[in-house]
Design a protein around this ligand. Sequence first.
Ligand SMILES: Cc1cc2nc3c(=O)[nH]c(=O)nc-3n(C[C@H](O)[C@H](O)[C@H](O)COP(=O)(O)OP(=O)(O)OC[C@H]3O[C@@H](n4cnc5c(N)ncnc54)[C@H](O)[C@@H]3O)c2cc1C
Length: 491
Amino acid sequence: MHAGLLILGANTAGLSAALEARRRDSRLEITVLEASHAASWSNCDLPYNLGDPQRQAEDLLLRDPAFFAERGIRILFQHRVARLDASARTVEGLRERSHPFSLNYDRLVIASGARPRRLDSLPEGVPALRSIEELRQLKQALARSTRIALIGAGSVALEVVDALAGSGRKILLLEQGARPLSDWPSFVGDAFANALATAGCDYRPRTALREARRTAEGWLLHTSDGDTQRSGALVHCAGILPATDFLPSGVLRQDERGALVVNDEQATSLPGIWAAGDCCCRVLPRGEGLLWNPQALDARRAGRVAGANAAADAGLKTPLPQATMILKALGLEAARCGRFDSPLEMKDGLWSERPPESKVAREGSGLLGAQLPAVSAPSPAGASGRLAWQGNYPLSGHVGDTRRLRLRLEARQDGQLRGGALLCQGEGALRINALVALLGAGLGLQELEALDLAYTPRLGPAVDPLIQAARRLLRELQAGQGNSAGKDTQE
Ligand SMILES: Cc1cc2nc3c(=O)[nH]c(=O)nc-3n(C[C@H](O)[C@H](O)[C@H](O)COP(=O)(O)OP(=O)(O)OC[C@H]3O[C@@H](n4cnc5c(N)ncnc54)[C@H](O)[C@@H]3O)c2cc1C
């Protein structure tokens, strides 16, 4: 029986919380419960480690358990929490899969991350490339076989294809939806679909997995197009949900997908319990819904805040993330930030509103390959007065360079930025950070248009596409023609 600070999950958010709690209180008893055999590894590098047979799975470990032990942080490995009793301040679970354990806490930080969505067509235990153990399992399968099958064409699947491209392996990629990256603007998904074909991947859009059966050699896969394929390795890339299924229902406030709703101090709805990382979501200001942002930097920051507040009532606050994402794969770079909860769609040369996305994807085969929207409730104000501009620009300032940069910029009628997405046929997606900075400061098109953005012909046109797009939207606003519509023309 232990009290003190208990943390569930020993990776990005959980260990940030533990280290910050220690900085705030040198005598606090800190225990971290971890379901797996490992702590402190880089999730983001998993696809690239898988693609490199020279690298060991352990190369991904960032900090040794001794590092934490020296700081008086006790990590209990293979301790999977299965039950929380918030009134008794107790967690219970199984150690090494079979031995029951029970621990008390004074204060609790939940940092259990995300888990793969369960699919009817995939048996339990198919790796999702989310842990060192799953990486090892997949590396072993690839050492025996040249064939790999990926279910769901989200960013992790694209990174795996990128990491294995040129290795001579046969890659099957099934996607139930019409294109990869279904929660990004369609021009991004379309470009990656072309790149998958060029990379020699057997990419099958609108194709679901019907059944996966284990065989002596690996897997037998039946697909919705009536085909049967064999594969040595199989990876679940078809979406994630917050790993909160061990929590009692109705006790802590959660959104439809199970994410714990926290405030800017990472406090849950129950005193004494904080949460950080992929297991939780934030309340957006002005009644704009909830934001689930399963990204590494946010998890690290939120963990630090949760640790400080749980250990020392520090009153620290996590800044609201801008839902920034960036992807580099198959010769393309893409990035996005801000709001895309209710995408505008192009029809007859004009952008028009789609009905707001209030439905949240749940588990089951019907949603195979579908991505969850980042924002789980629509903005009541968002349905009116939005402007979107989508432009096509040269990627560099060299005359005759045919590579393009496609940019989508969204703003409100008052000129404030809502978000942006860009796709580069080469490098250049990091310019999203200029938008992120403006969004974070609550600034708008005028400030974007006035930025002194860097220029050299090798890296972009003399007037940066961000500035050109801001000018275009400002013209729309000034002409008073911006009522929820903008034209898709090129500059
Ligand atoms: C392949 C891949 C690529 C990624 N690439 C990027 C990227 O390029 N950029 C980016 O920003 N983000 C990326 N991410 C996302 C990023 O890694 C996560 O947002 C971040 O790691 C979340 O941290 P976390 O601590 O919330 O969860 P995790 O790092 O997943 O840690 C959760 C921990 O909790 C443990 N746990 C879960 N349930 C229990 C339980 N019941 N009992 C005890 N322990 C439990 C888990 O074993 C795990 O160790 C990527 C993720 C993956 C999988």
